[in-house]
Ligand binder design. Structure first.
Ligand SMILES: [Zn+2]
Length: 504
């Protein structure tokens, strides 16, 4: 069947019943998503059409539609209390953001959780791994409210920050901190900047406590070899990987370099990958695969370093950038990631090369059997919540991953990194009903996932399309355009209260 004839046939499929569309934010007893083209979370090609039946918070059936039976009216299609017609649409597992921050302030200025939570859902994100809030108790509280369906929010997996004061100073204190975080109800732990003895002790205790550990592997005493030896679940970002492949064990910094100076740190980070010895790097990647250490690269969060102007002028800033975040992004040595002083074309060129080597290492890691995840680290360095994850997916495509694998990174792979692959990240009967209905084909254009949509030509006319129409989390359907309108209103109200001094 040719593409055109097939598309026409899908559009003509009769709807099996006259059930109503679901209500925004209300879990129906049952929901049929009809005529869906499915992109599953396991890297396989698109398939369809199918009717997906959701009962309560679970996917209970995926019924592949037989064209002959449908046309003759003898097709056995599931009935449901509510339905969404997904003819011409793509249905994916809900996206999982494996490196997210739920922030209620920036530089001490309050910012409502609602802003972030709604942006996440509007971008098709049904679950986040919240890594390292200072306010873990608050995060755990909102996680539990989300689990009970009491708040408009994705599922939240709370990874508590290990090094909140008082910072553990020896192995016993490290073990005690792990037990304390476990008792608080953390789902996992985020670590950063630990010396080797502390890292070894905390990872051993975390294993005993059944807590997974995400390692923001900075330039520190440990590197990827320690993650391999002691067993972290995932390396966040990247530094510890090329660092483990340096012939001399340390990057060749200028003598006046100071790691605590962020302009120094980010400038010279752009020259780290070029110093990694290719043969050593290959061994590091192979050992990560063997030790089952996953990699969540957060490519998007460094993009301003290779193209500052692009980062500062993202189109969604106009209506959706919260004034608190806007102020935070402005260059200021007091704010993490706001280091753009004298940022030059030379810096950008080094960073572009840095990305090329980084991206090829990432691909080689997956080719060897490694698990690549996707997270955005938004709330820093010009990345907006949710939008950052879509941009992350675009960068995975730029790295050379085929689009079905890119989708897998943000769904099935992220579920695996969370240890929840048996019930999250797939469009499969028995799995939790976390699904998105997308207006457009993300395998053709990942930009259709941006809630602000894309302009396309249809029948010779330019029309605005794209966006996630429905984000279904735990069986609760949220209408994408409604969420986005609410965010717009929230931002407008915040700007009216606290007008930004100047635009960036
Ligand atoms: Zn982060």
């Amino acid at each position: 069947m040719t593409r055109t004839v097939f598309a026409l046939w899908v559009a003509l499929l009769p709807i099996a019943s006259a059930a109503q569309a679901p209500s925004h934010g209300v879990r129906p007893s049952s929901l049929a998503i009809r005529n869906a083209t499915i992109v599953d979370g396991n890297g396989t090609p698109a398939k369809g059409p199918a009717d997906i039946l959701v009962e309560g918070n679970r996917i209970t059936r995926v019924v592949w539609l037989d064209p002959v039976a449908v046309r003759s009216g003898t097709a056995r299609r599931p009935t449901a209390a509510t339905e969404i017609d997904a003819a011409g649409k793509y249905v994916l597992p809900g996206l999982i953001n494996a490196h997210a921050h739920l922030q209620d302030e920036r530089a001490g200025v309050p910012q409502p959780f609602d802003y972030t939570l709604k942006l996440w859902l509007a971008c098709g994100i049904t679950a986040v791994r919240e890594v390292g809030a200072d306010t873990t108790a608050k995060i755990i509280a909102i996680r539990d409210r989300s689990a009970r369906g009491e708040v408009v929010a994705p599922r939240i997996f709370a990874y508590a920050r290990f090094s909140n004061p008082p910072v553990p100073q020896n192995a016993d204190q490290a073990r005690a901190r792990v037990r304390e975080l476990k008792a608080m109800g953390a789902d996992g732990i985020k670590i950063l900047g630990l010396d080797r003895d502390i890292l070894a002790a905390m990872l051993d205790e975390a294993k005993k406590s059944g807590l997974r550990v995400a390692h923001h592997a900075g330039v520190e005493e440990t590197n990827a070899w320690d993650d391999i030896r002691y067993g972290t679940a995932s390396i966040e970002h990247w530094y510890g990987i090329p660092d483990a492949a340096l012939a001399d064990g340390v990057q060749h910094f200028p003598s006046d370099y100071n790691y605590r100076d962020e302009t120094d740190r980010f400038r010279w980070a752009g020259r780290l990958w070029r110093e990694a010895d290719p043969a050593r790097l290959d061994s590091v990647l192979a050992a990560m695969v063997a030790a089952k250490v996953a990699w969540v690269p957060t490519l998007d969060i460094y993009e301003a370093s290779r193209d500052l102007q692009r980062a500062q002028t993202q189109p969604w800033f106009r209506e959706y950038l919260h004034p608190t975040l806007e102020s935070y992004f402005r260059p200021d040595p007091a704010n993490h990631g706001s280091y753009f002083f004298g940022w030059s074309s030379t810096d950008e060129s080094y960073w572009k090369e840095n990305y090329r080597i980084w991206m090829s290492a990432l691909r080689e890691f997956e080719r060897k059997g490694g698990v690549v995840g996707a997270g955005d680290d938004a709330g820093f360095i010009y990345q907006m919540y949710g939008f950052g994850l879509i941009r992350e997916l675009e960068l995975h495509q730029e790295a050379g991953f085929p689009p079905p694998k890119v989708i897998q990174h943000a769904t099935g792979n992220n579920a695996r990194i969370l240890g929840r692959e048996s019930e999250l990240g797939r469009v499969r009967p028995g799995y939790l009903a976390d699904l998105i209905v997308v207006d457009g084909n993300p395998l053709e254009d990942l930009k259709v996932l941006y809630p602000t949509g894309v302009d396309v030509v249809r029948d010779g006319r330019v029309v605005h399309a794209g966006g996630v129409l429905w984000t279904i989390k735990d069986g609760i359907p949220y209408h994408g355009p409604t969420l986005l309108a609410e965010v717009k209103q929230l931002v407008a109200a915040a700007r009216a209260r606290a007008p930004a001094a100047t635009s960036p």
